[in-house]
Every structure is written in C-alpha cells, then in structure tokens.
Ligand binder design. Structure first.
Ligand code: HEM
Length: 725
C-alpha cells in the first residue's frame, strides 16, 4: 500500500472464505510489520480478541455488516491525523439517518476517543463518515471458526501477536493471584532467589555493562524519553530497549534500579484477598493499556462496566495493586476512613520537594493547615472576596467582546484558565496579574510544567531527584517551584485589597499561623488546585450551552434582568437554571473524575481483608453516571446531560452527598468549593447575559487527564455574538 493512493487496504492474520479458513500469505514476507501492528493493537487494548488486522487508507465503506466475524467488537485505531471519519452505526434510538439498501435507517455516530473506537460489526450496519485529511486506520477483528485452523497455523497466529479467543491459541494467561518477579540487570540475582524461596515465580536477566561512552547523551536520551507522561508507556519500553541495545551504563543502571524496586515491592506486598481482576500483561499489568494520563478516566469506566458487577474490582498498574470502588456502596466505606486511616496515594510523598501544603499533607500536619486555612474560605470571607471576583469577571466580558468585535471565535480553553488564575491571584494574593488583559499564558504554562514534574516524580521507578544534579536533566520542577515562590513574594508585596485577600488574612491571624514558607507552599496549592479545575468545568459549560440552544435560551431568560454591579451569594443561589447547568457539568465532565487513596490500617471491604498500603480508586464521575443509588435520586438516564434533573418545584434539589461529590467527600472535601462555585456561577450568568453562543457543530472534543481530568485535547472554540433580546 503506497502513501497517497486514494483508496487502499492491507490485511493480515486469519482469513475465512465460506467454510475455508487459513492464514494470509503476507505473514511470510511482512512478519515484522505484522508483529508491529499486532503489538500496537495489544498496547491499545491488552484484552482485545482479534484474529486479523486490516489497514485502510482513505477507504470510505458504505453501510455493511461483517457477517463473517465472530460476535466480538472490532477495534478501530487511528494511524494518521484526520478530523471526522468516525463510523455511523445503526441504532433505533439514534438521530442520524442513512440509507441502508435504499431504506432510511436511524443510527448514531461513533467518534474516535483517544484515537480508538469499538464497533459491533457483525450485528449492526455501519459505514464510514466523511473526514478531512488522510484517513489511515487499523482495524483489529475476530473471524469466526478460528478453532478450525490447523495446530501449526494456530501457533503461528499467536506468534504473530494475534489474540484469538481463549480456547484457540496459547495466549499468555492473565496474571493470577501470585505475582511474578522479573529481576532485570540482576547481577547475582538475589531478589529472584529470595522470591523463589517464598514460592513465587521469578526470572532473572543480566547482561554485561560496557564502559560509559557518552554519559551526557545517555542521561539526555533517558530524560527525553521520560518527559512526556502522555507517552509513559512508549517511553518506558523505549528507554529500556534503548538501554539494553546501546548498553549505556548509566541508563541501564537507572532501569535496573527501577525494575529491582518494582520486583522488591511485589515481593514485599502481603497477600490480600482479591477482587475480580482486570487482565493485564506480565509485571506491568494494565499499564500498556493506558498511560497515566490520557485514557485512564475512560479506562476506569470501561473496566467498571466490564469487571465491576460486584461494585468493586482491581487492577495492577505497574506493580501497584489498585482496588477500584465502582459502586457508592463500597466507595463510601473507603471515603468514610478519610482523613486519618485513608490517606492520599503514597506516591504523593515523592513530590514534597515540589508541592506541599494542605492538598499534599497528611495527619497532624494536614489538620493544622486545614484549621489555619479554613476560616479564609468560610461563607463570610468568600462574601468579602466578591468585589475582587466581580472585577475579574468584568475583564472576562471585555476580552470576549474584543474577540467578537474582531470576528474571531472565542477560545474558551485559552480564556477560562486566565480568568480563574486572575481570580486566585486577586482573591488569594490581593493583587491582580491581569493575565486576561495581557492574554498571557505564562503562569498557566509554568503550572503545567510543575504539574508534569509532579506526575513524573510520582510515578518514577526510583527517586532520581535525590541524586545530586540529576533532577534538572529529567524535569523542570525545582526551577518552576523557585519561580512561583519569587512571583508570589513579589505579588504579595503589591497587595492592595485593604486586608481582604486570603494571604493578608492569614498573615494578620493571631496565635498559631503559617510561617512565610508554609504560606508560600499553601498559596501554590491554591493556584494549582483552583485554576485548571474551575476553568475546565467552565469550558464544558459553554460547550453544552452552545450545543443545546434551547437550554441556553432558558439560562438567558433567567439571567436577563440581573442588575449591573455586584451580585451577592444569595442572588447567585436564586439562579436555579444556572446552578443546574453547573451541577450537571461537574457531574458529567468535572475536573476531578476520580481520586486515589491508600489505607494505613487493615480493614474489610466487601467482606475481603485489605492490608495496609493498598491503593484505592474512587471514580466519582463513573459513580455519578452509573450508580443505582444515584439513579434513585437523579433518574435512570444518568449517561445523558440533562441539567433539569437537579430541579424541583421549589428550585434546586441538592441530593446530598451527590451534589458535592465532584468536590470530594467528608473532612477533606475541596477547601475552595464556595469560591469555585461563586466564580463559576458568576461567569456563566454574566457571559450568557451579554453573549449568545452559536450552535457547536464540530465533533465533541476528546478529553485528556493532566493535573485535572476531562481537559479538552483540542481547544473548545465557539462563535459568539452579542445577545439581543
Ligand atoms: C470546579 C472546581 C473545583 C473542583 C471540582 C475541585 C475538586 C477538588 C477535589 C475533588 C479535591 C480533593 C478532595 C479530597 O481529597 O477528598 C479538592 C481539594 C482541594 N481543593 Fe478543590 N476543586 C475545585 C476548585 C478549587 C478552588 C477554586 C480552590 C482554591 C481556591 C481549591 C482548593 C482546594 C484545596 C486547597 C484542596 C485540598 C483540600 C484538603 O486536602 O484538605 N479547589 N478539590
């Protein structure tokens, strides 16, 4: 298949012509290429069952069904960059009509999410949607009758990397109860020997280290490979392979240290009572299926659907056994142990040199910080911050006005973080940085660098930042932390809020109060916790309002006669439609889709003993969109975006604790919740009062996970015009 050809395809693996089955001849000449394709499929979905792959270049398939297939879904993976190009699939509840054999048929559009989509190709009519750009896709599918292959062909199919149904091939079994130990660069292989003495399966590998030829290049290549958390999966494999192939002594030592630590960790883990497990690959578990970023929110939802019928299941993420409570029944047990018996995920301890302060603290230290900070966020004090927030909201309106006058689409993904960062600087530090006016993304970009460094250190296989001089090669965290401290000190000196800002109040406190260092650390936490979160939520609010014009009209009617000037919190509370939209957006695309914890005492969950040091995930978004208890309060259609579910005859029905679950639960619930709600509701009310968002006709933006969840991969940009009544 040549690049540029208008319509071409390449197929490999099993074929079936009527009752005749066999393997395609391409396996003889193109073995390595086929293995690369199948490896990519397994990397994207380790549990996908497939006997064949096809690569399509600019192929528009008319409506058809793949009747030769088994009853398992086809996985379609994007191999090139193009827009549109999803699949139409028949669905009697859908709203998109296509002609199937000349007959109008209802269906819906399946778009690529994180570069992939699944389709039930045997039962449902489906067809390619139009696209822009070069559309190259890889389809991994499962043909029926795979059991009819000869024994040799079955073995060959598996050795090419296909994953036929279980009974057909000798596919690697999913990890069982016993951990398997891999000791890489093992020297005298003591770890493996100790593991075997404990009755575990263990393998040791070693190779001779060559003298260091170019240490600088070695570190740099390691650093480059590490930098993007989005590519952690690829980076880990590449780094290890590169190290082994090129025999770079330092890099090899780093990988060896990491792998040995992982092995020791597995060895020392006490034996828990297990829940149903997500199948994963040897040692790394589900890591190849996801990267700690992009796909994790969706993966958790997918696994919850597939393995969570008991309301709890578990997965191994690179050596961390993680128990996911996908039902409120079990999630509330875990949340009920907070804050002292259930702490944040212990990997947070890796980042204390970059980020400390209330969000990252535990135990007595957290208790003291929360006690000092809490009064600054009580109802009275948030009321006193209203003039500052109003002032920033005015600036937001002016910036939108500028774009509208210039005939440009409004880029909400650009503007909203500038709005929320300006709010935190003005309310927190008492001085505005005017980021909105300057359209300056510097602070936001710096925060991303810091958040990246935090994530890199959290999941690093060994504490590289403790090795003198090594950290700056791998991340820019320390540099950024210094820059933030300097910026905060300078801004605080310029404070002109007349004592109303959070830092001025904290400084004026009597009795036990923060030292200057603690103050700086906690200000940084407010910036990190308060910027991306509220801005992500606001971006989705305006997306929904422009998607659903009738909803926007209802909101507009509600805010139409709002007076000029400051709006009190009671005035905001009376805006029921605005609040319903805010609650519904946080429920479906909130910035905190899940939280990770770790217990420090043994306890029993769903009748099973959980030893200390177990990781737990509470997927708030999944619970809010699926849980039976949530359904009894918010309706059965939890997967739809329907703000009116929050409305009753008297106004908003809160349905505690679900109205605040996107902010966490219990004593550690988000400290900035009141401020976030005020600035969020105010932005919605004022912007809709003044501007009309035109219908959004592009595909729904894909979502990723940075420090927060549901961040749109591509900016949400919308055409806006002044509102006329
Ligand atoms: C829509 C906006 C926001 C959402 C959805 C959100 C959500 C959350 C969540 C889920 C937590 C973790 C709770 C837990 O561990 O149980 C949290 C903690 C926190 N948030 Fe927010 N947040 C938002 C905005 C803000 C803002 C504007 C600020 C600051 C002004 C802020 C400051 C904090 C702090 C300091 C913590 C740590 C609390 C502690 O551990 O004691 N957040 N937030």
């Amino acid at each position: 298949m040549r690049d540029g050809s208008p319509d071409a395809a390449f197929t490999a693996g099993m074929y079936r012509h009527g009752g005749v089955v066999g393997l395609r001849a391409s396996r003889h000449d193109l073995r390595a290429s086929i293995q690369a394709l199948t490896a990519y499929v397994r990397q994207c979905d380790a549990s996908h069952v497939f006997t064949s792959v096809a690569v399509f270049f600019n192929t528009a398939s008319p409506p058809h069904r793949d009747t030769q297939n088994e009853n398992t879904p086809n996985l379609v993976l994007k191999l090139s960059s193009f827009s549109g190009g999803g699949l139409w699939i028949e669905d009697s509840c859908g709203s998109v009509e296509r002609l199937v054999s000349g007959k109008p048929t209802l269906g819906k559009i399946l778009n690529f999410q994180d570069g992939k989509l699944y389709v039930q190709a045997r039962e449902k009519w489906h067809a390619t949607e139009p696209w822009e750009g070069s559309r190259v896709v890889l389809v991994a599918y499962n043909l029926g009758c795979a059991a009819q292959l000869s024994a040799d062909n079955r073995t060959d199919l598996c050795s090419l990397g296909f994953q036929p149904p279980r009974s057909v091939g000798d596919v690697a079994s999913p990890p069982g109860d016993k951990p398997t130990i891999l000791e890489v660069f093992s020297g005298t292989s003591r770890t493996a020997a100790a593991a075997r003495r404990r009755g575990l399966e263990a393998h040791a590998f070693d190779h001779t280290l060559q003298p260091v030829k170019d240490v600088g290049t070695a570190i740099k290549s390691f650093r480059d490979a590490w930098l993007s958390m989005d590519q952690i999966r690829a980076s880990m494999m590449q780094s290890v392979l590169q190290m082994v192939n090129e025999r770079r002594a330092l890099a090899a030592a780093l990988a060896g240290a990491g792998a040995s630590l992982l092995a020791i960790k597995l060895l020392l883990q006490s034996r828990p009572e297990r829940f149903r497990q997500v199948p994963g690959v040897w040692l790394l578990g589900v890591l190849p299926e996801t990267c700690y970023g992009k796909a994790l929110t969706e993966k958790i939802a997918e696994w919850s659907d597939k393995y969570g019928e008991e309301g709890v299941f578990e997965y191994n993420l690179a050596g961390w056994r993680t128990v996911c409570c996908c039902s409120w029944e079990h999630a509330k047990v875990v949340l009920g142990l907070r804050p002292f018996k259930m702490e944040r995920f212990s990997a947070f301890a890796n980042v204390t040199s970059l980020a400390t302060g209330s969000f990252f603290s535990e135990g007595e230290r957290w208790k003291r910080e929360r006690r000092i900070l809490s009064p600054a966020f009580n109802a009275k004090n948030v009321e006193s911050l209203i003039p500052a927030v109003q002032c920033v909201a005015e600036q937001l309106l002016q910036e939108i006005e500028k774009d509208v006058s210039a005939g440009k689409e409004v880029d909400l993904t650009e503007l909203m973080p500038l709005y929320t960062a300006d709010v935190i600087c003005k309310t927190g530090l008492g001085h505005e940085l005017n980021l909105l006016q300057a359209r300056s993304p510097d602070l936001i970009d710096d925060m991303k660098v810091l958040a990246d460094a935090v994530q890199t250190r959290m999941f690093a296989p060994f504490p590289y930042w403790k090795v003198p001089g090594l950290a700056p090669w791998i991340d820019d965290g320390d540099k950024m932390k210094k820059k933030f401290d300097q910026r905060a000190e300078e801004t605080m000196k310029l404070a002109n809020s007349g004592g109303k800002s959070i830092t001025e109040k904290l400084r004026a406190m009597e009795g036990d109060k923060f030292t200057n260092r603690e103050l700086l650390d906690n200000i940084l936490v407010l910036l990190i916790a308060g910027t991306d979160t509220t801005s992500t939520a606001l971006g989705w609010v305006f997306y929904h309002l422009s998607k659903d014009q009738a909803l926007q009209k209802q909101v507009a009617e509600e805010v139409r006669s709002l007076p000029e000037g400051e709006l009190s919190t009671e005035q905001m509370e009376s805006l029921h439609m605005v609040r319903a939209v805010w609650l519904e957006t946080l429920r479906t695309t909130g910035p905190a889709a899940f939280l990770c914890f770790e217990n420090n005492e043994e306890f029993t969950l769903a009748g099973k003993r959980q030893p200390p040091g177990t990781q737990f995930t509470v997927p708030m978004q999944y619970l809010m969109m699926n849980d039976p208890e949530v359904k009894t309060k918010l309706g059965n259609d939890l997967r739809s975006y329907r703000p009116t579910r929050w409305l009753g005859p008297e106004g908003i029905i809160k349905h505690p604790p679900f109205d605040t679950l996107p902010f966490g639960h219990g004593p550690r619930i988000c400290l900035g919740m009141r401020l976030a709600e005020y600035e969020g509701l105010l932005a919605i009310a004022r912007v809709v009062q003044k501007f009309d968002f035109m219908p959004y006709e592009k595909p729904e933006p894909e979502k990723t996970l940075t420090f927060t969840a549901n961040n749109p991969v591509e900016h949400i940009t919308i055409r806006v015009r002044p509102r006329t009544w």
